[in-house]
Design a protein around this ligand. Structure first.
Ligand code: ADP
Ligand code: CDP
Length: 203
C-alpha cells in the first residue's frame, strides 16, 4: 500500500506524513529532501544549478534513509540532513527540480524503495506513484504557511511569504493535485487534525 501526500511549499507535508506513517507503522519518504540534497551538493561544488550534467556526477553517493522519526539524507558517510533547510537551498531548489534528468534520478531512488510507505512531495500522486490507492494534496494560504515557517527560519514573515509564493510559481509544472487526490486546506486545522482527517479517510 502506498499513500501519497503532495502539496504546496510549507503546507505541512512532511510533518503530516510523519504522523500518518507512524500511526500506520510504515516508513515515510520526503522526496523534497532529495531535491534539496542535489541543490546543496551543487552549491558546495560551485556548479551551475541549471546544468544537469554538472550535478549528476555529484550524486552516486547520495542515499535517502526513510526513518519514521524524520528522513535523513547521506552522501557516502556524511549526513547532509541538517544543512538541507537553509534559505540558500530554498532559493536554488526549484531551479534544480526543473531539470528532467534530476527528476528522473529522484524518481528512480523513490521507486526502488519497498512498500508499504507514505510518500510526500509535489508529484508523488501524479507521476511517481500514479497507481497509489490513497492520495492527498495539502494547501493553506501563503500567509498561514509563512507564519508556520517563520518558526523555522531567521527571516521575517513577509520575506518568507514572498519566497514561498515564488517557489510555488516555479514549481507549478510538477505540483498539482492528482485527479483522484483529496485536497485538504490545512489552514483551519491543527497538525493532529490534518493527520486524523487522513487516517479517518484511510479507514
Ligand atoms: P512541508 O513539508 O510541506 O514543507 P512541514 O511539515 O515542514 O511542511 O510543516 C511546516 C510547519 O507547519 C511545521 O512546523 C508544522 O509543524 C507546522 N504546522 C502547524 N500547523 C499545521 C497544520 N495544521 N498542518 C500542517 N502543518 C502544520
Ligand atoms: O515543503 P517545502 O516546499 O518547503 O520543501 P520540499 O517539499 O522539501 O521541496 C523542496 C523543493 O523540491 C520544492 O520547492 C520543489 O522545487 C522540489 N520538489 C519537486 O519538484 N518535486 C517533489 N516531488 C518534491 C520537491
Amino acid at each position: 500500500m502506498i499513500v501519497t501526500i503532495d502539496g504546496v511549499a510549507a503546507s505541512g507535508k512532511s510533518s503530516v506524513s510523519s504522523g500518518v506513517a507512524q500511526a500506520l507503522g510504515v516508513p515515510y519518504v520526503s522526496s523534497g529532501l532529495l531535491y534539496r540534497a542535489v541543490t546543496l551538493l551543487g552549491l558546495t561544488a560551485g556548479a551551475d544549478l541549471a546544468d544537469a550534467s554538472a550535478l549528476l556526477p555529484l550524486l552516486p553517493g547520495v542515499r535517502l534513509e526513510p526513518l519514521a522519526s524524520g528522513n535523513r539524507v547521506w552522501n557516502a558517510d556524511h549526513d547532509l540532513t541538517a544543512d538541507l533547510h537553509s534559505t540558500r537551498v530554498d532559493g536554488g531548489v526549484s531551479t534544480v527540480a526543473a531539470l528532467p534528468e534530476i527528476r528522473e534520478w529522484v524518481d528512480a531512488q523513490l521507486r526502488a524503495l519497498p512498500d508499504p510507505l507514505v510518500a510526500e512531495g509535489r508529484d508523488m500522486g501524479t507521476n511517481v506513484f500514479p497507481h497509489a490507492p490513497h492520495k492527498f494534496y495539502l494547501t493553506a494560504s501563503p500567509r498561514v504557511r509563512a507564519e508556520r515557517r517563520a518558526k523555522e527560519r531567521p527571516e521575517d514573515i513577509p520575506a518568507i511569504e514572498a519566497a514561498l509564493t515564488e517557489r510555488d510559481r516555479l514549481d507549478t509544472t510538477q505540483s498539482a493535485p492528482a485527479p483522484d487526490a483529496r485536497v485538504i486546506d490545512t489552514g483551519p486545522l491543527t497538525l493532529q487534525g490534518v493527520i486524523d482527517t487522513i487516517l479517518a479517510d484511510l479507514r
